[in-house]
Structure formats: structure tokens, C-alpha cells
Ligand binder design. Sequence first.
Ligand code: ZN
Length: 695
Amino acid sequence: MLTIRDLTAHYGAAQALFGVDLDVAAGQTVALVGANGAGKSTLLKCLMGLVKPSGGAITLDGREVTGTSPAQMVRRGLALSPEGREVFGHLSVFENLQLGALPLKLGRNEEKLRLEEVFARFPKLKERHQQLAGTLSGGEQQMLAMGRALMANPRLLLLDEPSLGLAPLITDEIFAIIHQLARGGTTILLVEQNAARALSASDRAYLLANGRIVEQGESAALLNDPRLRAAFLGAASHENPAASRLGAAGLTNIRLEKPDMHQLDFMPTFETDDELKQHQLSGLQWTVRHAFEGSSFYRNRLEQAGLTPDAIQSLDDLRKLPFTTADDLRDDYPFPLRAVPFEQIVRVHASSGTTGKRKVLSYTQKDIDDWTDFFARCYQMAGVTPLDRVQIAVGYGVWTAGMGFQLGCEKIGAMSVPAGPGNLDMQIQFLLDFQSTVFCSTASMALLMAEEIHRRGIADKIAVNKIIYGSERSSRSMRQKISELFGGAELFDITGLTELYGPGTGIECREHDCIHYWGDYYLLEILDPGTLQPVPEGEWGEMVVTTLCKEGAPLLRYRTRDITRIIPGRCTCGSVLPRHSRIKGRTDDTIKFRGVNIYPSSIDTILSAVPGLGSEYQIHLTRDAGGKDHMLLKVERAVGVAATRNAELIHEAVHQIKKQLLVSAELELVEYGELPRSERKSQRVFDTRLTDEIV
Ligand code: ZN
């Protein structure tokens, strides 16, 4: 929408701006952060036509507007809420607001409509519409200045130092309003000295010092950059040269709101694959010795395989080790795989198994600390900061989910809302009242919430910008639906299993095309579930894990049954941490249909690609009297798609399934919302055939 190129400005002989480049895209909130005298206000004045630039170009919607008069800029859709508010003290609130629309020469009805909109957003201004502006408090004057700018119904709202001189509580209120405006679709250029506030309220940011842009990027990334955090907090020194550029600009007095935020880095310290491998080898050697010496279960297994701890000389020796399975855990109930004395165990967790004995895992304090640290890493990778509010809507109790999300959240210093699962009314109320910015749940629960938010029409009243979900597969269209109904939230698939500490053993990064897993805490092998031999790199197979520092219940080649594949090479996000694909399914939920092995997720993928179909579906498998198998897919139409399109949609979906999976399926379309939703994992496969095993 707005492009600034190579902008320079002078006050007499003194140069205030030196070749500034800056972009604001429609719908974005962009922050321009800098200390007093950095050139922020000059830049805004150039934009509004109040100062004539000495060089460079300003383009609005593709048209050059450099040097255009202030009144014309307002007509082109710009409005400024100036530094120091500049309200007219001897005029009433009402009269001040009228002035905002003056250059537009609106009719009486149009003006009344605008006033009503502004009053709806600022009820305090409505209460005081007859009061003289000079008698308002600082916060109310700021609201008036913003309201006056909004009277012009701007396409681009320029906010100059909205928090300047306001108490923290009032600043909260002002920023909540800025946030609502942004979610309502207003494009905002926010100029601020308060770096933490500005970065946490914006999508992108530019740091301005001495008339030059010194840093720019995604706000969350800047906020998380340890170098910048140090710079915000410290003055330049030999130990901290990075501070000099920003420090010289006076930014050192800007404190992030939680004091030790700059120390919160949970990424590994190694930088190369060789360093990682060295770390992994010593971890593997330690683990095998620890298991051999501490656990009678593992000692028996290793002895049966003719192995002693000295057998591990390289990472390849991993292949010599015997496998461990879920059955081993059940057989060894109630403290399976325990490798330390009971005195060292501080906690047990159990999986929420419905059949047979639960899988129980023992934890030492170090295990809990490690889990906490790498869960904090998950939040860090998703860009969660100490300024976030994390609503944790997963199960608390003996299972690992709630505990993991909670510990990691507190570790990273964000505000946690331990809501627990279910109870949609309460969840919605918390989203509204606490203005949670991150929502954690299963994918099914996230979908339920998304639909509830949509039903109540409150997407622009909540503040969620990230959803961290796990513990079940989710199709592309389900992800899209959730993101969209949540008002454009970013989704992060988090992995984990109770046997391997719990959730948080890997997460999607902000490039959103892989899961990074914590190769410094466990080894991952991808094996053919039939032959138990490694598959070629990049092919799908069963994920098998071996822990590197787990004390209470270490895992040696534990078969997770999860299907994924290694993605070779470095991620474009720059992380050294290795990666795999999102979990495609489990070895025990592959469908065998007319001799073809099908992962339910491939049906997800195919249905997701047919426009007009919704995200919810069921797979029904039946066998007729003649012994022939049939597959019936019950699929919801997308919202607003009419039943008159049924024939066309069915034809397309059946055709795609035939083409891609080489099987014939029948399709039945149902109304959007007709298939059951659940807060836990939704059942999708209904198989009433006699299985091969029973036969
Ligand atoms: Zn990445």
C-alpha cells in the first residue's frame, strides 16, 4: 500500500533522514521504533505532506504522492494521530472529532455514521462528548486523537507515539484498542519509542537510529533476537558490541517488560552437524551404559543380544541395539524401563490408554528440567515471547500434555492461562477477557473453538495470533479453516509422546513446511515397519526413537508407530535442528482396502484439494455378503456451498481418489456441521469388516 524509497529530509543544513526505505502492506501493522530525535516524526511529517522531503519517493497504492498537501493526503486515505495528541483544549470532544472529518467535506448523515463508529470503539468519548478536551486525562486525550484520525475513515492510520507520557495501565488500554483496529483490518503505521510494546503489537518493524533504518524484519523475530534483546538492555561495551548501533541511538533506556528476557534462549549452542553428531554419540554411549547398569529390563535385553555398553563406538552401532515396544511397557507395569532408584524419581506420568494397562513413565528432576527446557524451545521456535498470554486448553492430570505446556510456558516467561480442555463457554470468555494471544489444544478442539468464534462473530474481539496444536493428524483444509475462523492465526503442529517425555519433542517452524525435532535430546530413525530396516532418506516409515540423556525411563530404539519421513538438508529458517515431515498417521491405523495400503491422511490430502468440500469427513469400510469391500466417504460440504453442487463435487472427489489412490470409493455429502466434532481426537475410520488378523 505504502512504499517509501530512499527518502531524505533536511531541516535547513541539518539532515534528518538518510535514504530511508520502508513498506507497509494493506492490512498490516508496521512499527517504526526509535529513540527521541531518531527521525521518526520527520518521516511521518514527510508522509503527511507537512515536511517536504529533499530526496526520494513516497508511493501510495502505486501512485507517487511525494510532496502532496496534507489535506490531499487525508483525502487519499491517510490520517495522523500526532505525537502529544494536539487536541484543541477549548473545544468539546464532539467538536474535536468533527474536525477529523473536515477535509473530507462529508454530508451530515455520513458524519453521524462515522461519529457512531468512533463512539462504539471509544465508549469513554461518548460519555464525555460535551466535555472540553483540555479537561480530559492523558489517556482520554490519546483516545480523542485516535478517534479524530478515525473520523476520516483512513486506509492507513499513522499513530505517532500513542503511549508517550501515559501510565502503564492506560498504555495497556490504548494498545488494546490498537490491536482491535488491526484485527478489524485497519492498516497501521505505528511510531513508538517503547520497543517492547511496538514490537509485540505489530507484524513487521523498522528500527530507526540517527535518521537511518538499522534493523528491520518480522516483529516477533526481532523481539526474539538475543542480539537485539541484549542491545535493548545494555550499553555498548567490549563484551557487547552489538549494542553500539542501537545504544548510540538512545535505545538502551528502553527496557523489555520482563527483566531477564534477554537470557531466554533455548536453542542448542552447536552450529554444525558434526558437533550435533559428536553430542549424539556421547549421549548414546551414556544412555546404553545407564540402561545396562540401572535397569534389569534393559540389562536382560542387551545381554540377550550379546551386547555390553562398550559395543557402542559410533552412531552406526545404534543398529545393533534391540527394539523396545509399547507391549514391553505394559508387561513391565507399573514402573517399566525404570533405570534409577525410586529415591531419584520425582514424578510419574501415564498415557491415557483406554485398553489394558496404561503406559507409565518415571521422571527424575533432571528429566523434568530437560523437558521444560525443550518445551520452552517449542514456544521460542513458534515466536512466543514473555509478552504473550498462552491459553492452555489441553488435559491436565496424570497425562503429560497439560504439564508440558505449562512448564514450558512458565519457563519462557509468558503469562499462562491453564484452562484445561473442553468447556467452550469458559474458553471463549477467557479469550475475550484475558485477550490470550496463543491458544494450545488438539486440532479437533481448535476446530470446535474456531467454529464457535465464527458462530458468535467475535473474531475481531479476540487477540489469538498463534495456535499450537498436537496429538493428532490434521488436514490442510482443517488447518486453513481453523486459521481463517480464528481471524488469521498462525498454526504450529507440535509433536511428542508420553514415552518420550511428553509433548514438545518437536514443532513446526515459522516456514511451516517441516517439524524440527530435538536431535540433541533423542535420535530418530525411520524404519520400514515390516522389515525394521532403515528406509532410504526422505521416504516414509515408522519413527523409532532413542533418548540421549533421559534418566528415569530411557528409551532404546522405541517403536513409536508414528509414520513420518526425514526431510534432508537445512531448513530455510536457518535452524541447525534436524527435521521430519508432519506425522502422517500410525502404523496401526493404515487401512488395507482391496489389497492397497492407504493412510487416512492421503484421503485428507485429496479431499482438501477439492474446493467446495469441508474439512470434516469419515471413512466407512464395509464388506458385503460376497466378500467384497466397500469404502464410503461421508464428507461435509464447505460453509455456504449449496447441495445443488453435490453431483459435481462427488464426481470430482471420486475421480481424484481413483486417480491418486487407485481405489474406488463412494461419496456421500452432508451439510456443513453435520458430522460430530470432539474435543479430543475425532474418530474418522469406521471399519466393520472382519480384519485379516481375525480371519
Ligand atoms: Zn525451519
